[in-house]
Design a protein around this ligand. Structure first.
Ligand code: GLU
Ligand code: ZN
Length: 291
């Protein structure tokens, strides 16, 4: 049996909010309850969307919440040569190709890219790189939800692995990094269910066994939107972790003992690891943020 290795992979677009704490705690409990490792990776792939200082603030927040990670933190911004090498390999083998379709054109075609540039042999200039998808992944097994279907239109699209603006695509980086870090199970918010099929395609092309997946309920605001920097989700309090830990644990389905407030954060997390069970995790894909 290989050891469990899980991870939390925040994008440093802003400080951690309640939804990100749910993902951090859920992935932590799932790893530590199995005596596994819990790694942290900073997904700083998209500088225009990043906030200066957010990465170090996120790490400080995790520490003040008692969420100590194993191994060194990995930064995606330092792994560009690895991503580019893989893209070059796929371009050479014909699995990857350049595409110059604009977002507008794709919208006119009905919202999904229909393989327009597949056989055009375009040069690199002002192009994105797409991957040929001949065998779409239309479902996968989630550890809580069982079989999850992915819409066919989405699954069969030749998706982007490098953007036209030169940025590496999230799906490519996440899979190469999860492989490099030896991740055995991905635990994250249910907003990332849709790209999972694409990520499984990448595992297959890379000839690497797929990881397991567990998607946690997504915390949504009063308008039904995912909490995010864009909709001003408040940052969790760095100085006062206990109330957020309690609310996040309740959100994850724990029924906490009456005197739980009087425990310190180490005791709270240890109790959580002991009592963590997928059977108590809510089976909804989203739930209102409790404040
Ligand atoms: N960086 C992604 C996010 O913050 C999470 C990636 C993942 O867990 O696969 O939404
Ligand atoms: Zn195209």
């Amino acid at each position: 049996m290989t050891q469990y290795i899980g991870r939390f992979a925040p994008s440093p677009s802003g400080p951690l909010h309640f939804g990100s704490m749910v993902a951090a705690l859920g992935s932590y409990f799932q790893a530590k309850s199995q005596h596994g490792q819990w790694l942290v990776r900073i997904e700083d792939l998209d500088p225009p969307r990043e906030m200066a200082g957010a990465a170090s603030l996120i790490l400080k927040t995790l520490e003040s919440y008692g969420l100590h990670w194993d191994q060194d933190v990995i930064y995606q911004s330092q792994r560009h040569p690895i991503y580019q090498q893989q893209i070059d390999d796929w371009l050479d083998s014909g699995l990857g190709y350049y595409c110059q379709c604009s977002r507008k054109q794709i919208k006119q075609d009905g919202g999904f890219y229909l393989g327009h540039c597949r056989d055009k042999n375009l040069p690199a200039t002002d192009c994105s790189v797409r991957l040929v998808i001949d065998t779409p992944v239309t479902q996968f097994v989630d550890q809580k939800h069982g079989i999850i279907d992915i819409p066919t239109d989405l699954a069969q699209e030749d998706f982007i692995i490098k953007r036209r603006d030169g940025l590496f695509a999230y799906n490519l980086a996440v899979v190469l990094d999860d492989i490099a870090q030896g991740i055995t199970e991905v635990v994250r918010g249910a907003d990332l269910i849709e790209p999972t099929g694409r990520q499984i395609n990448l595992y297959r092309y890379l000839n690497h066994p797929e990881v397991k997946y567990l998607h946690l309920p997504l915390a949504i605001n009063a308008h039904g939107d995912k909490l995010s920097k864009q909709n001003h989700a408040p940052a969790v309090d760095l100085a006062n972790p206990k109330p957020v830990i309690i609310l996040a644990m309740q959100f994850l389905g724990f029924s906490l003992p009456d005197d739980f407030q009087s425990a310190n954060i180490e005791q709270m997390l240890a109790w959580g690891c002991q009592h963590w069970a997928l059977s108590q995790l809510p089976s909804t894909l989203s739930a209102p943020c409790p404040f």
